[in-house]
Design a protein around this ligand. Structure first.
Ligand code: CA
Length: 242
């Protein structure tokens, strides 16, 4: 029950939710880009002779490329990756990624952003991505939604997700407190980041991982798709804006 999730959050944070901004993750929330990311990671890592499955890269989602490569080196070789190795492997991953067809917007992403805007709430983008084409693509598919000073990308933070810094930065860009926002996330490390920042976190499980992984990471509530979030939005926003 969403009412219970709100009640639990408010008890835990000792503050009443009063919505002013909605912080959106990008890959797997606004764009259906995770299949491309996991495939290109799989290609770049398996060519090193490291045995891996495509699905395990969903668990690294939201982290920087360097973090992912380093973790895999630790697991498989028992050592950190060198700067050169990180750079080389990430270059290969990017090459495979760029060879794939461009990801489409997630179904109902445009609709939920419209609802947020119509309600007078501030849409904020909080992504670990540092792609230069990012802003162009956002402007094409979601024109005029995100103000340029309401975006947190890889260039704005020292610590990426799962550290709380990206979402804390999102709050500070609006000059608001954690209880004045909610986060929409699809990845365990992203949920962890938002939870650590003290923000009510809605997980949208748009990939193949178990719901329980997202709930264990700290999600306050979970939907199976952006469509489900869209369909329940009015009921939900009514509960926390009154
Ligand atoms: Ca994501």
């Amino acid at each position: 029950m969403i009412e219970e999730a709100i009640e639990q959050y408010q008890q835990h944070s000792q503050a009443k939710l009063k919505l002013k901004a909605v912080l959106f993750d990008m890959d797997g929330v606004l764009f259906d880009s995770m299949p491309n990311h996991t495939l290109s990671w799989y290609q770049a890592i398996s060519e090193l002779g490291i045995e891996c499955s495509r699905d395990e890269f969903y668990l690294f989602e939201g982290a920087t490329g360097a973090y992912t490569i380093n973790r895999l080196f630790n697991i498989n070789y028992g050592r950190d990756a060198s700067e050169e190795e990180k750079e080389q492997i990430y270059k290969r991953k990017t090459m495979f990624f760029n060879a794939l067809p461009k990801a489409k917007p997630m179904p109902f992403a445009f609709d939920i952003l419209e609802k947020v805007k119509q309600a007078g709430l501030i849409p904020v983008l909080v992504t670990g991505s540092g792609q230069k084409s990012l802003i162009d693509r956002l402007n094409i598919h979601f024109p005029g939604v995100f103000a340029s000073d309401k975006m947190v990308t890889a260039f704005d933070v020292i610590q990426g997700k799962p550290h709380p810094e990206p979402y804390l930065k999102g709050l500070s860009k609006c000059g608001i407190k954690p209880y004045e926002a909610i986060v929409i996330e699809n990845a365990p490390l992203g949920v962890k980041s938002a939870f650590s920042a003290g923000i009510f976190t809605i997980a949208v499980n748009t990939g193949p991982i178990d719901d329980q992984i997202l709930l264990d990471a700290g999600a306050n509530y979970l939907f199976d798709s952006i469509e489900q979030l869209y369909l329940r939005w009015d009921q939900f926003s009514h509960l926390i804006s009154s």
